[in-house]
Structures are given as C-alpha cells and as structure tokens.
Design a protein around this ligand. Sequence first.
Ligand code: ASC
Length: 150
Amino acid sequence: MKNMVSFILVAAAITLSAPASAQFAKPEDAIKYRKASLSVMATHFGRVAAMANGRVPFDAKAAADNAAIAEAMSKLPWAAFVEGSDKGDTKAKSDIWSDSGRFKDASEKMQGEMSKLAVAARTGSMDSIKAAVGATAGTCKACHDVFRKD
Ligand code: ASC
C-alpha cells in the first residue's frame, strides 16, 4: 500500500513537472490551446465587465459564476507558450521567450487580479467587482502592450 502511494505520488510529480512542450504534439497545438483558453477567459471576464460597466443588468450569481470560470481559465494559457511556438498563427512576440521572467511576472499579475475578482464577485458587492474588473483589465492591457503584436 505504501509502495502504491509512493508510486502514485512519483507519477503525479513526473506528470506535473514534465516540460510544457511534452504536453503538445506540435507548436500549432500549443498556439490553438492558449488562444482557446484566453478566448474563453475573455468571454467570461467580459460578461462580468459588462455588468460592472452597466451594459448588462447586475446578476450576482451570474457574476460569481462567470468570474469563477475566468479565474480557472487564467491559469491555463501559460504552459502553452512553449519554445518554438512564436511562429505561426499567433500574435505572440518573441520577447515572451527572450524576456520570460517579465512575461511570467505579467501573467502572474493577471492571475492574481483575476482571483481577486472571483473573490469580489462571491461577495456580491458591485463596488468591489467594479474595482476588481478595472484592475484585472489593466493587467490584460499591460501584458498585451509589451508582449502582443498589434
Ligand atoms: C478584455 C479583453 C482584453 C482586456 C483588455 C483590457 O475584456 O478581452 O483583452 O479586457 O481589453 O484593456
């Protein structure tokens, strides 16, 4: 039993620490994956933002549900910025790989603000949601300004 538990832990550690490139057969697959996860994130973030901006009536449950999905999605794109996926159907700038520390920092800022938005949405406070939507959108833009081609 102890051996079995050890085996499972070792297998999980190897899987989670496998190079990101090993999770995608081709660079195009990684590009598709990160675009898809960013697109789903933007869709659900946008639904919360629409409420915060008064374009859509406020619905506390919908805001919390959408923010939770956006938060989950915010964790996904980064493993798909694999080496060699700067070419192809992508607006990713090569700085993502040459200045990877700065890119990681930018991605972590966004994830942090998106998590705060999910917390704010669970409280149901429109003022907190508005502030968190603004802060989150700021982190999206900051990263796009530096790392995305027009
Ligand atoms: C969004 C979205 C982005 C950001 C950005 C913020 O809703 O899809 O990329 O906000 O426009 O400036």
